[in-house]
Ligand binder design. Structure first.
Ligand SMILES: [Cu+2]
Length: 484
């Protein structure tokens, strides 16, 4: 805050022509060339510094919440990683575990972190039932290390190992994935961070990586349909909201968040409460003169985007993909009576019905009910009718397992209003699962919060030091208890 105030003081002093012939005003010490350039309208500055960039300081490690890093050992100065492609059971949210293909037990796989100038050996092992290979997305390396089966190398057959070895002369946000399209669609992605020799300026206090993925999974199934485009499960680091762990920030910290995307959609990632700088793209950090300001960054397929901001405003701020269908879980052909219906819904109707082109009746009337003909693929018409929520207020209260949350009173004519119901209506509170996603990072959120966080969504929790320290203490206690 002080820095920013000082910045504006400087600018107004300069524009009023008061600068000439004067020494620095209080708070102007350290005003560098960047600020001068800005004052003369040449280039935007690196302003909003959380802390002065210490020359030659080491970068902070990147945190991949809910995933973690791939460990390495050293062999004559070479960093040696063991990367295993294998089927995994990935808990997307409590109660929904998907059969995916991933790496070393998770999808996305663990993040590889290394430094510019390193030589790395990544011993890759294929425990999948089919051939594959690993492509190092964006890395400049010899063709035989590029990981494209049939071109630069032979496919790595089931049970085989292949040692990839190369030197890293770049720095930035990269990723790894097989060069087999359908394998990419079922979880096979991981981050590859190459740190610069000294930290980027201005230095950040926290640096996060978030991998964006999407799956089309029928209700009651655990298998994504990799040919389907109706993605109904959207994930940050393999977790859908509210299971994606919030980012815990101490007020005033400068934060970097790196996004990588591998799926069939481009995701406009939006941050509440702050205007960030976009400082990096896939392949490289951008020159400061190319940084752009915004609150939403479009992370296209195969792209990476790095954003930075100073978290000077406390609050639980949303960070999410802004595609409305990507802000909820299990958007699907409805397969049973919803809370306002007494019977199952028809499935597999035509496109007109599926798109909700109403000709008579209300949205949930007998013949115009939300049959959602855009099925999720073969088999969706045969789903058994089942409830997706409690059928009475009493049951709802029981299911919520919390006090202070009540079913909203709806107008009596709600069923007569065209388009009703649109949102999960009463279900936002009913879908709350606070207890199931309880963790130190969620401590202190309002009761029922989890019902309002779905899809590609998490929270950036900016806290005064005492609250921040409390959560850090809770995490330490959790580690001692061996929870993770
Ligand atoms: Cu999206």
């Amino acid at each position: 805050m002080n820095n920013r105030r000082a910045f504006f003081t400087r600018i107004s002093a300069l524009s009023a022509g008061l600068f000439a012939g004067r020494g620095p005003l209080p708070g102007q010490q350290g005003m560098g060339q960047m600020d001068m350039r800005h004052a003369t309208g040449m280039q935007p500055p690196v302003h909003e510094r959380a802390a002065p960039a210490a020359a030659g300081s080491a970068p902070v490690p990147v945190t991949t919440l809910d995933v973690g890093d791939l460990p390495f050992t050293l062999d004559n100065g070479v960093k040696v990683f063991h990367l295993i492609a294998e089927p995994v059971k990935q808990v997307i949210i409590p109660g929904r575990t998907f059969d995916l293909w991933g790496f070393n037990g998770s999808a996305p796989g663990p993040t590889i972190q290394a430094n510019e100038g390193d030589r790395v050996r990544i011993v890759f092992e294929n425990r999948l039932p089919e051939p594959t290979g690993i492509h190092w997305h964006g890395l400049e390396l010899p063709i035989e290390m590029d990981g494209v089966p049939g071109i630069g190398q032979k496919p790595v057959m089931p049970g085989e190992r292949f040692p990839y070895e190369f030197s890293l002369h770049q720095n930035g946000t990269f990723f790894y994935h097989p060069h087999m399209a359908m394998q990419e669609m079922v979880g096979m992605l991981g981050g590859f961070i190459i740190h610069p020799k000294s930290a980027y300026a201005p230095r950040v206090d926290q640096d996060y990586l978030i991998a964006l993925q999407e799956y089309a999974v029928l209700p009651n199934s655990s298998i994504p349909n990799s040919m389907n485009m109706e993605f109904n499960w959207l994930t940050f680091n393999g977790k859908a909201g509210p299971a994606a762990t919030p980012l815990i920030i101490r007020q005033g910290e400068r934060v970097r968040v790196r996004f990588i995307n591998l799926g069939m959609d481009h995701h406009p990632i939006h941050l509440h409460g702050f205007t960030f700088w976009e400082t990096g793209r896939e392949g490289a950090r951008q020159q400061e003169s190319a940084w752009t300001r915004g609150n939403t960054t479009l992370v296209g397929v195969a792209q990476a985007r790095d954003i930075e901001f100073v978290a000077d405003r406390p609050g639980d701020w949303m960070l999410h993909c802004h595609l409305p269908h990507h802000m909820m879980n299990q958007m699907a052909s409805n397969v049973g009576p919803m809370t306002r219906l007494s019977r199952g819904m028809q499935a597999g109707a035509g496109m007109e019905e599926g798109m909700g082109m109403l000709r008579d009746g209300n949205a949930t009337s007998e013949n115009r009910g939300p049959s959602l003909g855009r099925g999720l693929g073969v088999g969706s018409t045969a789903e058994m009718p089942m409830s997706n929520g409690p059928l009475s207020e009493g049951e709802a209260h029981q299911a919520m397992g919390m006090s202070g949350m009540s079913m909203p009173k709806l107008p009596e004519n709600a069923d007569k209003v065209p388009l009703f119901p649109q949102d999960a209506f009463m279900e936002s509170s009913m879908m709350a699962m606070d207890k199931d996603v309880e963790k130190p990072e969620a401590y202190g959120l309002p009761p029922g919060w989890s019902g309002f966080v779905g899809g590609m969504m998490t929270l950036v929790r900016v806290m005064p030091p005492d609250q921040f320290n409390h959560i850090i203490a809770l995490k330490a206690q959790q580690r001692r208890n061996g929870a993770r």
